[in-house]
Structure formats: structure tokens, C-alpha cells
Write a protein that binds this ligand. Structure first.
Ligand SMILES: [Zn+2]
Length: 244
């Protein structure tokens, strides 16, 4: 059990440090900064506000330095290489890549890392090839599940259950070919979260009812997913890691 108290703030030599405080079963006090530069503090219920504030003051130098690093990182356009420490997105979450040499090519995902093991040599193209193969295998399973789920939402519209193709596309998230009962989904979608993927799938499925983007099309989109706009926006703004 945890309780989010609220947003709080301390000032360190005139620099405001805003944080979100959560009371939960931790030993003492923890501070964490996420990749967007949000600061999270967790404390157990016996720790006073004063103790929290002085703890944060003692950590302020570190926090300010970390925030500056993040700002620099986020200002850069992500490069298109995979190396140890590179940020990769998978289902809406950021992971840190670990590239290793081993006796076979494979990819393993842990809580916060994606470990890419390649046979002999850190060849950039080879690393990407191994990662791409793994990503596509994940797409095949996950996209199928999402299509099945979204399809069941709109089943009453008498849409055929489409076949799914997966491609790496530069300019669109998805497309559909009504005459062939086919939808094509961009492999890049696997970097976004499930809600974003659902939004794209629903968009394509509705084209089986309304082929263009007329008012009627948006009537159906709003009917089945009133928050489609927010989902679309999240997809355009986040989850870019520059790979493929
Ligand atoms: Zn469309």
C-alpha cells in the first residue's frame, strides 16, 4: 500500500526542487529521478516532513547535477546506434541497452535493461539486425493480442477480423487494405504503450466501416475510444529512440 501525498517543494539556494512524496513501506527515505526529470521521494510513515526536507537538501547537489544531465540528454535527438547505455523504448517504457558478446545471437529483457548478445564483434549493423529480429517477434505476439482485443470492441459493426502485416514504416503508424481484409502495422509501434497501439488498430479497423476520414469516421472513433486524441498525442511525442 502506498499513498501519494502531493507535490511538494524545497528551495536550495534559490533553486526550486519540486517532488512527489509517497508514503510507503520503505526503510527510511528514497529519492528517484525519472527520465523526464520528475523527482519522486518515498518515505515511511514515521519520517517527519522536516527530516524529508533536510534529506533532500543533503541530496540537492546531486539532484541538480542529474537534472542538468537529463536536460542535455533530452535536448539531443536520439542517435540511431545501439550501444551499452543507449535508451531503448519497449511498450512505453524506457530501457537501458546492454550489448554483449556471446556464443549465440539473442535478446533478453529484464526490468530495466534490454540485453543484446551478439556472436563475436561489436558490429553496429549486426547488433541492430539481432535486435530487429527480436522486436519483430515481439510485435507478432503483442499486435495480434491488441488486434483481437480491439476487434472484440467493434465486433457488432460486422467488420472482418483482418490479417496483420508488420513493416518498418517511416511516415505512418498503420494502413489498411479493405479489399484484402488486411491491416499493416508499423513495427515502431512496439515502442509505444498498449493504449497507443490500440488507438492505431482501432483507427484502421474503423476504415473497414468508413474508408475515408469523414465526420462519420470520427463518429465511430469517438464512440469506441473517446480518448483517442490523447493516445495519439502521446504516441507522437514520446517513445522515440532513433532505432530503425
Ligand atoms: Zn486513416
Amino acid at each position: 500500500m502506498s499513498i501519494v501525498l502531493s507535490r511538494q517543494q524545497i528551495e536550495y539556494f534559490g533553486i526550486p526542487i519540486e517532488y512527489e512524496l509517497t508514503i510507503k513501506k520503505v526503510k527510511n527515505l528514497n529519492v528517484r529521478i525519472n527520465e523526464e526529470g520528475k523527482i519522486f521521494v518515498s518515505a515511511n510513515k514515521n519520517i517527519s516532513n522536516e527530516q524529508i526536507k533536510s534529506f533532500l537538501e543533503s541530496k540537492a547537489e546531486w539532484i541538480i547535477q542529474k537534472m542538468a544531465e537529463l536536460e542535455r540528454y533530452n535536448a539531443q535527438k536520439p542517435d540511431n546506434e545501439i550501444y551499452t547505455g543507449k535508451r531503448l523504448y519497449f511498450l512505453g517504457k524506457a530501457y537501458s541497452a546492454v550489448v554483449e558478446e556471446g556464443n549465440r545471437n539473442f535478446v533478453e529483457k529484464t526490468d530495466d535493461t534490454i540485453i543484446i548478445t551478439v556472436l563475436s564483434g561489436y558490429d553496429s549493423e549486426k547488433i541492430k539486425k539481432v535486435y530487429k529480429k527480436w522486436l519483430i517477434s515481439q510485435c507478432e505476439v503483442i499486435f495480434k493480442t491488441v488486434v483481437d482485443n480491439v476487434y472484440s470492441m467493434v465486433r457488432e459493426e460486422n467488420i472482418p477480423l483482418p490479417e496483420i502485416h508488420i513493416r518498418n514504416m517511416k511516415t505512418r503508424w498503420g494502413s489498411c487494405k479493405v479489399s484484402s481484409d488486411l491491416i499493416t502495422l508499423n513495427m515502431q509501434l512496439i515502442k509505444t504503450d498498449i493504449k497507443c497501439i490500440e488507438q492505431v488498430v482501432l483507427h484502421e479497423l474503423i476504415h473497414f466501416i468508413v474508408p475515408n476520414h469523414s465526420q462519420n469516421f470520427y463518429y465511430y472513433l469517438n464512440k469506441y475510444m473517446p480518448d483517442w486524441k490523447e493516445r495519439k498525442q502521446a504516441m507522437e511525442e514520446k517513445y522515440k529512440d532513433g532505432i530503425f
